[in-house]
Design a protein around this ligand. Structure first.
Ligand SMILES: [Zn+2]
Length: 205
């Protein structure tokens, strides 16, 4: 069976963001909950493109739910997703093209659409995750067609909150501190063909 990965650099971003939200002790507890993650602590090969398997990413989400309860775990994943963006920007900002002055001067709608497109491209190029961006009826649909967050999971509701948090923070940053309605409306773990995150590109306030 094919195994899919995130690169070590992104795995490190995820662990740093997790530490920021739940502290060193929290990370220690989460990693210790499964044999899939228990020997990861303190070691992560950030040079390798194939360091962080989808099975580990998904296990971390499940362990968060185990530790904090389903609701609390998903809320925590959302916050970790937001924190991931700040670390990600430091690591990948120059690749995204969103830090340049020319980009910052574009109209809001264009920035949101181009920003989302640029993030999708980053995942498609640097990870085994597959994202397809669709524009329909003035809305953006972020379809994760191969998702690292719910890999081989079976659930009754969408569980890829980390991706929602990441997009919330990304668009908050791209738009100069505007808040958007962003929600996961379909999830592979629930039997849907993709994990779909609906983005309303008109800010709430
Ligand atoms: Zn998913």
């Amino acid at each position: 069976m094919t195994e899919y990965f995130y690169p070590g650099r992104m795995g490190r971003i995820l662990l740093l963001a997790m530490e920021e939200v739940i502290g060193k002790e929290g990370v220690h507890s989460v990693l210790g909950l499964s044999p899939v993650t228990s020997n990861m602590e303190g070691y992560l090969d950030t040079r390798s493109e194939k360091t962080f398997p989808f099975t580990v990413m998904t296990q971390l989400q499940e362990s968060l739910e185990q530790l904090y309860g389903p609701q609390g775990g998903r809320g925590t994943a959302l916050r970790i997703g937001r924190a991931c963006f700040q670390y990600g920007l430091r690591e990948y900002g120059s690749l995204l093209g969103v830090t340049e002055t020319a980009f910052r001067l574009l109209p809001l709608h264009t920035k949101v659409r181009l920003g989302a497109k640029s993030f999708a491209g980053l995942f498609n190029k640097h990870t085994d995750q597959r994202v397809r961006l669709e524009e329909k009826d003035d809305k953006l649909f972020w379809h994760i067609e191969r998702c690292p967050l719910c890999w081989e999971r079976k659930t009754s509701s969408p569980v890829c909150n980390l991706a929602v948090g990441l997009l919330q923070e990304a668009l908050y940053w791209v738009s100069g501190s505007k808040i958007f309605q962003i929600e996961e409306i379909a999830c592979i773990a629930r039997g849907d063909p993709a994990c779909t995150i609906l983005i309303d590109p008109t800010p709430l306030s």
